[in-house]
Design a protein around this ligand. Structure first.
Ligand code: LIP
Length: 265
């Protein structure tokens, strides 16, 4: 059993690490010519900053919390009852092109339950923080999802990657427009979930996404009042899963449109 103090220590320590990692990433972001951009696959971007920031977070987390395990996008890792799931740069395709929509994402799962979420978007100076049962904040102020309840006024973000056949994505976009919703893609799942949490959008959906993109955002959006599909069911940690995160009032309709099961809170 982890005590409330041990959890509070983790929440406090990792906010500091996220800010430090953010400054490090912002320094790289400012030197676009030396990012050493490569492709891990089609439309799957990588820069030297991803590895450097992940190494920094791993070193610090292992030092402060030696019994916890770590899973990172670049270096992988093992799950355990106390596991950090980190994405050093989420939105790397934006980062590599000088677009500010990227972030550091650090999630903590206790006994497979998403418990702590920290997302820092340094180029926007926006720090999202949440702990299970304690609400969510952005830059220290409480945040909640929008009251969006009408699909014809809904603003929906749909994530995309080459992990899913383009036809399935195009079908989903067509169904969303046919229902009357407005849609966008901004290439960072972690920030996509945070934007549901602070009401900038009414929903985020993606047909397949990885645990490191959502582990933190699921806590933040959940504590802000969102209805969220059960991403960590089955092999979600190891293999990823589909995700739907939305206002409770839109859960039924968006569940039908996306085909992703979500229970309204
Ligand atoms: C990105 C995710 C996004 C997904 C992209 C990519 P990355 O993560 O945040 O939701 O649509 O394809 O996987 O590669 O920037 O860390």
């Amino acid at each position: 059993m982890m005590t409330p103090t041990e959890l509070a220590l983790r929440l406090y320590a990792v906010q500091g690490l996220a800010l430090e990692a953010g400054r490090m990433a912002l320094d790289y972001f400012g030197r676009q010519e030396s990012l050493g951009v490569t492709m891990k696959g089609d439309q799957d971007w990588l820069t030297v900053a991803d590895g450097a920031v992940e190494d920094f977070l791993r070193r610090k987390l292992a030092l402060i919390f030696p019994t916890d395990t770590i899973i990172g996008e670049e270096g992988g890792g093992e799950a355990s009852d106390a596991v950090w799931i980190i994405d050093p740069i989420d939105g790397t395709s934006n980062f590599a092109r000088g677009d500010r929509n990227w972030c550091i994402s650090i999630g903590f799962l206790l006994n497979r339950v998403p418990t702590i979420g920290i997302v820092f978007a340094p180029a926007f100076e926006e720090l999202y923080v949440a702990q299970r049962g304690q609400g969510a904040t952005m830059n220290g102020k409480p945040i909640t999802v929008s009251g969006g309840d009408d699909i014809r006024r809904a603003y929906v973000e749909l994530g995309w990657s080459t992990r899913i056949p383009a036809e399935r994505y195009v079908d989903l976009v067509a169904r969303g427009f046919a229902a009357g919703s407005s849609m966008k893609r901004a290439a960072s799942g972690a920030l996509g979930l945070c934007h549901v949490a602070n009401g900038r959008t009414d929903a985020y959906a993606e047909l397949h996404i990885n645990a490191w993109d959502v582990a933190a955002g699921i806590v933040i959006a959940g504590e802000a009042g969102a209805s969220i599909s059960d991403f960590f069911a089955g092999e979600g940690i190891a293999k990823g899963n589909a995700i739907l995160c939305c206002t409770p009032a839109l859960a039924r309709q968006l569940g039908e449109i996306t085909g992703i099961a979500v229970t309204a809170r």
